[in-house]
Write a protein that binds this ligand. Structure first.
Ligand SMILES: CC(C)(COP(=O)(O)OP(=O)(O)OC[C@H]1O[C@@H](n2cnc3c(N)ncnc32)[C@H](O)[C@@H]1OP(=O)(O)O)[C@@H](O)C(=O)NCCC(=O)NCCS
Length: 160
């Protein structure tokens, strides 16, 4: 993984960003009705957490995701689980492969760290995005108020 300033992938740059740099998309795209505090995660600045962003030519973050070390009761035998949160692409750039870049870069980083499973609560509206990247959905749908219906989705990187 390179720094955003040094890595070029097609017309965009992908790399590590700070928790602070994720706040704009989290607030604008994911939780527009919530105060800033509701968009912060307790794990944001833990050493094991990392944030990936795609930046435009001016360094503005236009797609990002946060990856934190966290398990889920559905996957009891996983040694080093990670959870994705805050996945969002600026609406002006959606459908151009930026979200895919984030997930693929994250998978590369997670495998380097020895992570054996990535999971997340996926909005049902985004399920196809993740399934196209090889993620499996647990069929049960649950509501996260006030956002709406979600499914747990996951991908194993080793046999677990
Ligand atoms: C979901 C989201 C992160 C996808 O980011 P993106 O940068 O637009 O995704 P990409 O352009 O990399 O899409 C990759 C593929 O998934 C498809 N895709 C992306 N979002 C999709 C969606 N919501 N429904 C169906 N397909 C979708 C794309 O069409 C593309 O398909 P292709 O490979 O056949 O061309 C983005 O649409 C977004 O921020 N949505 C609003 C917030 C949200 O729902 N976040 C997820 C929370 S769990």
């Amino acid at each position: 993984m390179q720094n955003p300033q040094n890595s070029t992938s097609e017309n965009f740059k992908v790399g590590f960003i700070s928790a602070t740099d994720t706040m704009d998309l989290r607030m604008r795209i994911l939780r527009p009705l919530h105060p800033r505090e509701a968009c912060e995660y307790a794990e944001d600045n833990l050493p094991a957490t990392f944030h990936l962003g795609v930046t435009d030519s001016e360094g503005k973050v236009i797609s990002n995701g946060t990856f934190m070390q966290q398990g889920h009761s559905h996957f009891p035998n996983v040694k080093l689980p990670y959870r994705l949160r805050g996945m969002a692409t600026d609406p002006a750039f959606q459908g151009q492969g930026l979200g895919r870049k984030i997930i693929l870069a994250a998978e590369e980083e997670l495998k380097k760290r020895g992570c054996d499973l990535l999971w997340f609560n996926a909005r049902v509206s985004a399920e196809v995005f993740y399934s196209k990247l090889g993620y499996t959905a647990i069929p049960e749908i649950f509501d996260i108020h006030p956002i709406g219906p979600h499914k747990v989705m996951f991908k194993s990187f080793k046999s677990v």
